[in-house]
Design a protein around this ligand. Structure first.
Ligand SMILES: NC(=O)c1ccc[n+]([C@@H]2O[C@H](COP(=O)([O-])OP(=O)(O)OC[C@H]3O[C@@H](n4cnc5c(N)ncnc54)[C@H](OP(=O)(O)O)[C@@H]3O)[C@@H](O)[C@H]2O)c1
Length: 320
């Protein structure tokens, strides 16, 4: 199952609002073929595996997969169909699929056709990997991690609001690898952009991981045109959330013409409507396939908004 989880990671940043899934086929204790769900809309892992492995299947062969095989037709046909068609007799799975269209039915269908099922195996690890997918299917919103760097005197910036170096090199390396690289998107308020002009990238990890989307909350479109997130090589992965009223402003139109992604959503008081925000962030549109996890990096007003919303799954404080 650990190998399934490693294979599943191949899809990170590519599967959009779908699940991270890896699978492989074992015969006589040896791995015969491996596959993963590589991209939004592409074959699920089990279908990919069984289409790729076109040799005869033996009754003792075992299919390992970290997520219950699906039994519905979505963008691709049901995985239970190909498992049965190919004559797989043994399946080891990691966790149930929280998608109400599957949710135990995939396992039932296979069992009813005489397939031996073992699982859930390493359920906690499997659920941890797919925590974003689980949240989206069960709560209709992404997994939300809040990250805050704070000096021992409680400050988060210099008194004039300019950036204060708080974290050590080791803390930075850890948060890049375990926070930024493990979330589909990094979110900040526009105050952080105007004060710090951060890049919000993975820095040296760039080659190993896909750059997460950068989401900027900016009701009245005051983001400077020269901001790093609008000008660097990852600008196609920046989404500026503005109020629907601001969407008609000349500046918003000019940014759009430059190819900047702006999404206008309604306000509820001084906050964006959370429901609309989740909808925009998790619904595929053109070459954006949706996200399932969000790392909220600040600053104060943005943390406050998330705290009072109650939408925080994990809260990380880095003391420097
Ligand atoms: N130590 C750290 O970990 C850390 C991390 C990041 C930033 N910072 C520091 O934090 C400071 C910036 O914090 P800040 O509080 O001034 O600004 P901020 O939180 O970065 O941005 C606040 C602005 O974002 C928009 N916004 C945020 N949440 C919203 C929501 N739910 N709905 C609608 N709009 C929302 C609002 O824009 P409008 O006003 O236009 O409506 C709000 O004024 C900087 O000094 C920076 O150095 C520290």
């Amino acid at each position: 199952m650990h190998r399934c989880l490693e294979l599943a990671e191949e899809g990170r940043g590519f599967v959009g609002n779908g699940a991270l899934v890896g699978s492989f086929l074992v015969r006589d204790g040896k791995v015969k073929a491996e596959a993963s769900h590589k991209k939004f809309g592409n074959n699920h892992s089990e279908r990919e595996l069984l289409e790729k492995f076109d040799q005869e299947i033996y009754s003792e062969d075992i299919l390992y997969v970290n997520l219950e095989p699906c039994c519905h037709t979505g963008k691709t046909p049901p995985c239970t169909d190909i498992i049965l068609e190919r004559g797989i007799k043994n399946v080891v799975f990691g966790m149930m699929d929280p998608d109400p269209r599957v949710s135990g039915k995939g396992i039932e269908i296979l069992k009813a056709k005489g397939v031996n099922i073992i699982g859930p195996v390493l359920r906690a690890e499997c659920e941890r990997l797919n925590r974003g997918y689980i949240n989206l299917r069960t709560k209709g919103r992404p997994w939300i991690t809040l990250k805050k760097a704070q000096a021992r005197d409680g400050s988060i910036a210099k008194p004039d609001g300019s950036p204060l170096k708080i974290t050590s090199k080791e803390q930075d390396a850890w948060s890049h690898e375990w926070l930024r690289a493990k979330h589909d998107a990094i979110l900040v308020g526009v105050g952080t952009i105007t004060n710090d002009n951060p890049r919000l990238t993975l820095h040296e990890l760039n080659k190993k991981f896909v750059q997460p989307y950068r989401i900027i909350l900016d009701r009245s479109v005051r983001i400077p045109e020269a901001s790093n997130v609008l000008c660097d090589e990852h600008r196609a992965r920046t989404i500026v959330i503005i109020s629907d009223k601001s969407a008609t402003s000349d500046y918003a139109k000019a940014l759009k013409e430059k190819g900047i992604r702006l999404e206008g959503i309604p306000m509820e008081g001084s906050n964006f409507s959370w429901d609309h925000l989740w909808k925009v962030l998790t619904t595929p549109k053109e070459d954006f396939f949706g996200i399932t996890s969000l790392l909220v990096e600040g600053g104060s007003k943005t943390w406050e908004a998330f705290h009072s919303s109650g939408f925080i799954d994990e809260d990380v404080l880095l003391l420097g």
